[in-house]
Ligand binder design. Structure first.
Ligand code: ACM
Length: 261
């Protein structure tokens, strides 16, 4: 069964969540998809200065943003992975919710980047995989891509598709994510934003990559648009790169001292 996998590339206005949500839903309205991936912190914007500023637009994983996304998911019969600033007690997390009509699950960014350390706590959910429309989907957020362990953990747990909400500022992820897909033989969908905020420029280039590491879609540096590609997610179960080499069966964990450190 094909999975129609979509990415949304937006240009949010800082701290204007209702308008930013509306703009994304309007981009999504033009397409049919089974799984949408939206950027990291897609409705709030990214470049907070203080924890207090981040806290003002943070919400709980069962808050109003989740309700609005759930309503859209129910109406369109889709799943949505979307980044948001999460309030959990006294802590803030840089999180992404996976929302369907029936369920919500939250992933908290494991490897927080740069100035985020001033206001977000490192994620504590671990890397999980969920069934979505017949596919196994795992989530990681932006800078997590730089740590091969994140994508590898998701793939070892059975992910066929890695949903990757992002706010990329460094130049390497679009090419780097081809390698994450290739070395794990999984699809990846990186949803990034464009524009600038408080001196940070975001690089766009949202993309969908196949288990061969080839681009199935890539958006421009500046455009705001959604793109959808139909993929056979189950093909990601095949880890063979040669008749004699299955990338997972051939692993030698007993010799990977680093992995145990
Ligand atoms: C990033 O993790 N937003 C670069």
């Amino acid at each position: 069964m094909e999975l129609r996998l979509g990415v949304v590339q937006n240009h949010p206005k800082f701290l204007k969540a209702p308008g930013n949500l509306k703009a994304c839903l309007e981009l999504m309205d033009k397409h049919e998809a089974d799984l949408w991936v939206l950027p990291e912190l897609f409705a709030s914007g990214y470049a907070f200065k203080t924890k207090a500023e981040a806290a003002r637009c943070a919400e709980r994983a069962d808050g109003p943003l989740a309700s609005l996304l759930k309503a859209y998911a129910a109406q369109r019969g889709c799943a949505i992975v979307a980044g948001f600033p999460e309030k959990a007690g006294a802590r803030l997390y840089n999180s992404a919710m996976l929302v369907t009509a029936a369920k919500t699950r939250v992933y908290r960014k494991t490897h927080i980047f740069g100035g985020e350390k001033r206001f977000f706590a490192p994620g504590d959910t671990g890397l999980w995989v969920e069934d979505v429309a017949g596919a196994k989907v795992g989530v990681m957020i932006c800078f997590d891509w730089f740590f091969p362990e994140a994508a590898r953990t998701l793939a070892l747990r059975g992910a066929q598709v890695i949903a990757h909400p992002s706010n990329l500022v460094l130049p390497w992820a679009p090419e780097g994510m081809k390698i994450r897909s290739l070395e794990n033989r999984v699809f990846s969908a990186t949803a990034n934003r464009v524009g600038a905020e408080r001196g940070l420029r975001f690089i766009g280039q949202s993309q969908i990559v196949s288990p061969n590491g080839s681009l199935l879609a890539r958006l421009g540096h500046e455009e705001t648009r959604a793109a959808v590609v139909a993929v056979d997610a189950w093909t990601a179960k095949d880890k063979k790169v040669h008749p004699a080499n299955d990338l997972f069966a051939d692993r030698r964990p007993s010799l990977y001292g680093l992995a145990k450190a």
